[in-house]
Design a protein around this ligand. Structure first.
Ligand SMILES: Nc1ncnc2c1ncn2[C@@H]1O[C@H](COP(=O)(O)OP(=O)(O)OP(=O)(O)O)[C@@H](O)[C@H]1O
Ligand SMILES: [Mg+2]
Length: 256
């Protein structure tokens, strides 16, 4: 299905204060691909994501999601197609209760109320947050908020999923639940993360951003074992990709 392809071509963007955040970024995502975007703080990862859902507009270059270029006239379509879990869950959760927050999107898309209730329950159960359904989102812990934010986006059944640090602040079980949940999401996903062990589990391909440019784009197992590349980009080889000092075996780089 070509309509879930994403094309990013020579995108440049500076914030109003003159900070250059993206300096000629190009790549393509095929339908169903699961791709990680990694890079040091300030590398431009969140800025890139905000271009793919139309919140920010490139100064130059081109972005195509599905068959449509990202532009003012296509934003409504884009918001139905692309689901974003933001870096800060407070940017996303705004209803009086967790239940209402997860129901908001599907109801807005015209889903009948009974179906919507079932959808909300299913999504909250899948992130282990059904028990939080009557709580106000702004009073939850950081990890609880992130679980709800993931549920709210999945409830919209997007064709393309953008996630900005989905595992940050989650306890080990929460992290595992989110990894399994994302593994079960068959469509295209782009995952911005500092959790490089998560990358090895979830994303066969990785894009490394460095100072607003693509420093590398290739198989995660190759790039995450490349200490020189990671060092150059302000990163470190993840624990699972470090070879055992005795036998040289790196479990995270082994064929799945
Ligand atoms: N609202 C803003 N106004 C001005 N500059 C900004 C703004 N937001 C981000 N920047 C700058 O743009 C660059 C890219 O920031 P971005 O938030 O995309 O980085 P990031 O890779 O997501 O980092 P992190 O890992 O810390 O989340 C940085 O130099 C940052 O200081
Ligand atoms: Mg960021």
């Amino acid at each position: 299905m070509s309509h879930h392809r994403v094309v990013v071509e020579a995108v440049r963007f500076a914030y109003p204060d003159g900070t250059w955040a993206l300096d000629g970024v190009s790549f393509e995502l095929g339908h169903g691909e699961s791709v990680a975007v990694i890079g040091a703080n300030g590398a431009g990862k969140s800025t890139l994501l905000l271009h793919l859902n139309g919140i920010l507009t490139a100064d130059s270059g081109r972005i195509v999601v599905g068959d449509l270029p990202v532009a003012h006239g296509t934003l409504t379509h884009l918001r139905r197609t692309v689901g974003t879990v933001f870096q800060d869950p407070d940017d996303q959760l705004f209803m009086p209760t967790v239940f209402d927050d997860v129901a908001f999107g599907p109801l807005n898309l015209g889903m009948p109320e009974a179906d919507c209730r079932a959808r909300v329950r299913d999504c909250l159960e899948r992130v282990g947050a059904w028990h939080l359904r009557d709580r106000p989102p702004h009073r939850l812990s950081g990890g609880e908020k992130r679980r709800v934010a993931v549920a709210a986006v999945l409830a919209m059944s997007p064709d393309i999923l953008l996630l900005d640090e989905p595992s940050t602040g989650l306890d080990p079980r929460g992290r595992r639940q989110v990894i399994e949940l994302l593994r079960g999401f068959a469509h295209t996903k782009l995952v911005v993360t500092h959790d490089l062990d998560l990358v090895l589990e979830l994303c066969p391909r990785t894009i490394v951003l460095h100072e607003g440019r693509v420093a590398a784009d290739g198989p995660s197992r190759t790039l995450l074992g490349d200490a020189a590349l990671l060092e150059r980009c302000g990163l470190e080889v993840p624990v699972a990709a470090r070879p055992c000092p005795r036998c040289g075996f790196a479990p995270g780089l082994a064929e799945g």
